[in-house]
Ligand binder design. Structure first.
Ligand code: PLP
Length: 91
Protein backbone atom coordinates (compact mmCIF):
# COMPACT_ATOMS: atom_id res chain seq x y z
CA UNK A 1 0.00 0.00 0.00
CA UNK A 2 1.31 3.43 -0.99
CA UNK A 3 0.39 6.73 0.64
CA UNK A 4 1.06 10.32 -0.34
CA UNK A 5 2.20 13.25 1.77
CA UNK A 6 1.36 15.70 -0.98
CA UNK A 7 -2.11 17.19 -1.09
CA UNK A 8 -2.22 17.91 -4.81
CA UNK A 9 -1.93 15.23 -7.45
CA UNK A 10 -2.00 12.34 -5.01
CA UNK A 11 0.29 9.39 -5.46
CA UNK A 12 3.14 9.43 -7.95
CA UNK A 13 1.95 7.21 -10.85
CA UNK A 14 5.47 5.85 -11.37
CA UNK A 15 5.62 4.66 -7.75
CA UNK A 16 2.30 2.93 -8.30
CA UNK A 17 3.56 1.28 -11.48
CA UNK A 18 6.57 -0.12 -9.58
CA UNK A 19 4.38 -1.37 -6.71
CA UNK A 20 2.13 -3.47 -8.96
CA UNK A 21 2.73 -7.21 -8.78
CA UNK A 22 1.07 -10.26 -10.31
CA UNK A 23 -1.28 -10.27 -7.29
CA UNK A 24 -2.51 -6.70 -7.87
CA UNK A 25 -6.12 -6.62 -9.06
CA UNK A 26 -6.87 -2.89 -8.99
CA UNK A 27 -5.63 0.60 -8.29
CA UNK A 28 -7.90 2.39 -5.83
CA UNK A 29 -7.24 6.10 -6.11
CA UNK A 30 -8.69 8.67 -3.73
CA UNK A 31 -9.24 12.23 -4.93
CA UNK A 32 -8.51 14.03 -1.68
CA UNK A 33 -9.73 17.43 -0.44
CA UNK A 34 -11.22 18.31 -3.82
CA UNK A 35 -7.88 17.78 -5.56
CA UNK A 36 -7.94 15.31 -8.43
CA UNK A 37 -5.24 12.66 -8.55
CA UNK A 38 -3.24 12.14 -11.76
CA UNK A 39 -5.93 9.86 -12.98
CA UNK A 40 -5.14 9.82 -16.72
CA UNK A 41 -1.71 8.47 -15.96
CA UNK A 42 -3.20 5.93 -13.56
CA UNK A 43 -5.70 4.80 -16.19
CA UNK A 44 -2.86 4.22 -18.63
CA UNK A 45 -1.02 2.12 -16.05
CA UNK A 46 -4.15 0.13 -15.20
CA UNK A 47 -4.80 -0.63 -18.87
CA UNK A 48 -1.17 -1.53 -19.48
CA UNK A 49 -1.18 -3.93 -16.51
CA UNK A 50 -4.66 -5.31 -17.21
CA UNK A 51 -6.07 -4.30 -13.81
CA UNK A 52 -9.02 -2.20 -12.70
CA UNK A 53 -8.94 1.48 -11.80
CA UNK A 54 -11.37 2.50 -9.06
CA UNK A 55 -11.83 6.16 -8.21
CA UNK A 56 -13.00 7.29 -4.79
CA UNK A 57 -14.54 10.70 -5.46
CA UNK A 58 -16.25 11.18 -2.08
CA UNK A 59 -14.15 14.27 -1.39
CA UNK A 60 -14.04 15.62 -4.92
CA UNK A 61 -17.56 15.97 -6.31
CA UNK A 62 -17.33 18.10 -9.46
CA UNK A 63 -13.51 18.21 -9.53
CA UNK A 64 -11.96 17.98 -12.97
CA UNK A 65 -8.73 16.58 -14.33
CA UNK A 66 -7.69 17.56 -17.84
CA UNK A 67 -11.15 19.04 -18.41
CA UNK A 68 -13.04 15.88 -17.46
CA UNK A 69 -14.95 15.27 -14.22
CA UNK A 70 -13.38 12.78 -11.85
CA UNK A 71 -15.25 9.52 -11.66
CA UNK A 72 -15.20 9.17 -15.46
CA UNK A 73 -11.68 7.80 -15.81
CA UNK A 74 -11.82 4.51 -13.96
CA UNK A 75 -13.84 1.33 -14.29
CA UNK A 76 -15.76 2.40 -11.19
CA UNK A 77 -16.27 5.90 -9.80
CA UNK A 78 -17.44 5.94 -6.20
CA UNK A 79 -19.33 9.00 -4.94
CA UNK A 80 -20.83 9.46 -1.55
CA UNK A 81 -21.94 12.52 0.31
CA UNK A 82 -22.82 11.59 3.87
CA UNK A 83 -25.03 14.17 5.54
CA UNK A 84 -22.30 14.81 8.08
CA UNK A 85 -20.18 16.30 5.27
CA UNK A 86 -20.17 20.07 4.93
CA UNK A 87 -20.19 21.45 1.40
CA UNK A 88 -18.83 24.97 1.18
CA UNK A 89 -19.05 27.24 -1.82
CA UNK A 90 -17.33 30.61 -2.17
CA UNK A 91 -17.70 32.94 -5.11
C1 PLP B 1 -12.25 9.67 0.51
C2 PLP B 1 -13.47 9.11 1.20
N1 PLP B 1 -14.04 7.98 0.74
C3 PLP B 1 -15.16 7.48 1.32
C4 PLP B 1 -15.75 8.11 2.40
C5 PLP B 1 -17.02 7.54 2.94
O1 PLP B 1 -16.91 6.19 3.08
P1 PLP B 1 -18.18 5.29 3.46
O2 PLP B 1 -19.07 5.28 2.28
O3 PLP B 1 -17.60 3.95 3.74
O4 PLP B 1 -18.81 5.93 4.67
C6 PLP B 1 -15.17 9.26 2.95
C7 PLP B 1 -15.66 9.92 4.12
O5 PLP B 1 -16.39 9.47 4.94
C8 PLP B 1 -14.02 9.79 2.32
O6 PLP B 1 -13.43 10.90 2.78
Amino acid sequence: MLTSKRRIGGLDPEKIRKAITSKTKAILVVHLYGNPAKVSELKEIAEEKGIYLIEDCAEAHGAEYEGKKVGNFGDIGRFRAPLRFLFVSIE
